[in-house]
Design a protein. Structure first.
Length: 278
C-alpha cells in the first residue's frame, strides 16, 4: 500500500506540472525579415530557416483577407511576391500539414481611418527639416541633438537592412532598431508638440476627405498607432496562437522593425522566444 501511494503521488506531481505549464515544450521564433529588395535576404533565405526549424505554425504579418480559407492563401493579393509569403508558399507545398495564420492587427486600415492617418508620416519629418533649414522654427539644443541621433539611427538601420538574417535578428540590431523607434516616434513627437508651427499646417484626413487634420494631431495619432497599437496587436495575436497551441513550434515572419517590440512584449508575458541560429 505504501508503494502504491508513492506511485500515485508521483503521477499526481507529473500531471500537475504538465497542467501548470502546458507550453513547456513550445518554441517561438520572431523572425525579422525584409519584405522586398534586400541584398542578402530573399525568399530562399527565409525558406531555408523554415526548413530547418520545421514549424507547426507559420504566422504572417498579414490580415485574414489574404486567405482563401483556413491555412490557404489566395492565389493573388497585394504583396503576394514578398519574401515571407513566397517562402511560406514554397514550404507549405513541401509540408502541407503546416498551419498558416494571420498575425497582423486585424482591420489596421480601419484603425488608421478612424484616427485620420495614413501608413506614413514622412511629410511631417520633411516639414520639420524644411522649417529648421529656413530658420522658421527655433529648436533647442536638445531637440537638435535628438534629430541628429534620429538621422544616425536611421542610417544604422538602413545598413542593417543590407545584412543577412542572422545579423538582422541579433541583439545588437534589436538595440539599434529600438533606439530608432524611440527617436522616430517619441522624441520627434515631443518636438512636434513643443512647437505651434505644427498646429498651423493641415492635410486631408483619411477619415473624411472633406475634413482636415493638423500636422500635430496627425503625428500624435500616427506615432501612437504605428509605435504601440499595431505592434501590440501583432504581439497579442502571437500570444493567442501560442496559448491555443501548447507544445507547438511557432514562427512569426515580420518586418524586422517590428521584431524588438514584439519580443519584448512576449517576454513581459513570460513567453520566451528563441533565435533560428540557436
Amino acid at each position: 500500500m505504501k508503494y502504491l501511494s508513492l506511485i500515485l503521488s508521483s503521477i499526481f506531481v507529473i500531471s500537475c506540472s504538465t497542467s501548470i505549464n502546458p507550453n513547456k515544450h513550445s518554441r517561438v521564433i520572431i523572425l525579422g525579415t525584409i519584405h522586398y529588395g534586400a541584398e542578402n535576404i530573399n525568399t530562399e533565405s527565409v525558406y531555408t530557416i523554415l526548413s530547418k526549424f520545421k514549424p507547426d505554425i507559420i504566422l504572417l504579418e498579414a490580415e485574414s483577407n489574404i486567405f482563401e480559407k483556413e491555412n490557404v492563401l489566395k492565389t493573388d493579393f497585394d504583396g503576394i511576391n514578398n519574401n515571407e509569403f513566397q517562402a511560406t508558399l514554397k514550404y507549405q507545398k513541401e509540408n502541407p500539414g503546416v498551419q498558416i495564420k494571420p498575425a497582423e492587427l486585424e482591420g489596421r486600415n480601419n484603425y488608421r481611418k478612424e484616427l485620420g492617418i495614413y501608413s506614413e508620416a514622412g511629410f511631417v519629418f520633411n516639414k520639420l527639416e524644411e522649417l529648421d533649414k529656413k530658420g522658421e522654427i527655433k529648436l533647442s539644443d536638445q531637440e537638435k541633438k535628438n534629430l541628429s541621433k534620429l538621422n544616425s539611427y536611421w542610417n544604422a538601420v538602413e545598413s542593417i537592412a543590407k545584412q543577412d538574417l542572422k545579423t538582422v535578428n541579433s541583439k545588437q540590431s534589436d538595440a539599434i532598431v529600438d533606439s530608432l523607434m524611440k527617436y522616430q516616434y517619441n522624441r520627434t513627437r515631443d518636438i512636434v508638440n513643443n512647437h505651434n508651427e505644427f498646429t498651423k499646417f493641415r492635410l486631408l484626413s483619411s477619415k473624411n476627405k472633406k475634413d482636415t487634420i493638423t500636422f500635430k494631431e496627425y503625428f500624435n495619432n500616427w506615432s501612437n498607432f504605428e509605435g504601440n497599437i499595431r505592434n501590440e496587436g501583432i504581439a497579442k495575436n502571437v500570444i493567442k496562437y501560442y496559448k491555443e497551441n501548447p507544445g507547438k513550434k511557432i514562427i512569426l515572419l515580420t518586418g524586422f522593425k517590428h521584431r524588438f517590440f514584439i519580443k519584448k512584449y512576449l517576454e513581459s508575458q513570460n513567453i520566451k522566444t528563441i533565435e533560428f541560429y540557436q
